[in-house]
Design a protein around this ligand. Structure first.
Ligand code: FNR
Length: 339
């Protein structure tokens, strides 16, 4: 039976999956600004399959922790019902195992079928799946029948429209809840214009919601551009990667927020959820873009810890207070667990 509060992909705006960028602080920031749905970074099935699910009572998060103690995926109550777990996979059984591992903690699972980078394609994952429709069908069918949450996938377009439409029609039949279409060919780079005509033709050929993606560089610069992109692509929904990475307030219908404030809000989440300092630094550098060589940018680049980064933004007090509060929780919990 379908759960009443099953996530809908109709008429939504989503934060796209982005390796290293789509960790918890960025997802929470995007939700604050008005994103309806947030995708996590692509996580590889083999890595996830080794993880343990841990309830982190101090941070109030659910962590999926690798054997070397690294947190591979962290989520929390605030994004419950709206976070989509994207996996890289080329194996139906392993995909199902991972989907079941995260099923209770995420709103949907997505399969990456669009990543053209070698680390993805060499294992038969990402865009390599596009040339193996039988594998796509096997993975999606296994997931749709094996988990109770919605299953989606994210594809790129194929060399001809006919091929693309028949692939999408096959995918629709597997029972997925939505299909995100990055309107570029496998060999096209992010600077190339997005093919809205392909997305439009796909959306007309199927009834499953199509999520248009690929508009960041030339089409979507402000919040109102999101609706224009949705219309130009004739799609139900829109998914943004770079525009959101550069300034997540693009999701806000109240107008843009100054980058300095957006970075501060991002950093507060990074501190609150004990995000890895290198990840925090990487995301802030992506936001700084051409300002990465500014005095602030240089300070961020030189930082080694979240404390150093906080100093660069004048957030030392927030950092210290948050650390103290978390330490106090840790102490209380340790005491109460002692006999
Ligand atoms: C990506 N993209 C991507 N796609 C995906 O399916 N899984 C992923 O993990 C990633 N990782 C990733 C990292 C970074 C830094 C960028 C910029 C992009 C592709 C992304 O989701 C999207 O398809 C493209 O960026 C096109 O959309 P925009 O940027 O035009 O909105």
């Amino acid at each position: 039976m379908m759960a009443a509060n099953r996530l809908s992909f109709k008429n939504i705006t989503a934060l796209a999956p982005m390796v290293r960028v789509g960790t918890l602080p960025m997802r929470l920031l995007a939700l604050d600004y008005g994103a309806d749905v947030v995708y996590c970074e692509e996580l590889i099935d083999i890595k996830m399959a080794q993880c343990q699910r841990v309830e982190n009572e101090v941070l109030e998060t659910i962590d999926f922790v690798a054997p070397d103690d690294r947190v591979i995926f962290r989520t929390c109550e605030k994004e419950k019902g709206r976070v989509v777990f994207q996996m890289g996979t080329a194996d139906p059984n392993r995909a199902l195992m991972v989907a079941r591992l995260v099923e209770k903690d995420v709103a949907a699972v997505d399969v990456n079928m669009g990543c053209p980078k070698e680390y993805s394609t060499k294992g038969g994952m990402g865009a390599a799946l596009l040339s193996d429709p039988d594998k796509i069908e096997a993975i999606l069918k296994k997931l749709v029948t094996g988990v109770s949450i919605p299953v989606t996938c994210k594809i790129r377009i194929l060399p001809s429209l006919k091929e693309t439409v028949s692939l999408v029609q096959m995918i629709e039949k597997t029972g997925v809840a939505a299909i995100a279409v990055h309107g570029r060919f496998k060999e096209e780079r992010p600077r190339h214009p997005v093919h809205c005509d392909y997305i439009q033709a796909i959306a007309q050929a199927v009834s499953v919601p199509i999520i248009a993606n690929g508009g960041s560089l030339d089409l979507v610069k402000t919040n109102s551009d999101i609706e224009n992109f949705r219309r130009a692509a004739g799609a139900s929904s829109v998914m943004l990667a770079r525009a959101a990475m550069w300034n997540a307030s693009v999701f806000s219908s109240n107008g843009p927020v100054l980058l300095e404030q957006v970075m501060e809000e991002y950093l507060k989440y990074a501190i609150r959820y004990d995000n890895h300092a290198f990840n925090t630094k990487y995301c802030l550098c992506q936001m700084l873009r051409d300002k990465v060589e500014s005095p602030l940018g240089k300070q961020v680049q030189a930082a080694q810890t979240n404390a150093d980064i906080s100093e660069a933004y004048g957030l030392q007090e927030f950092y210290q207070q948050t650390r103290d509060r978390l330490q106090a929780r840790r102490d209380t919990m340790q005491k109460s667990s002692q006999p």
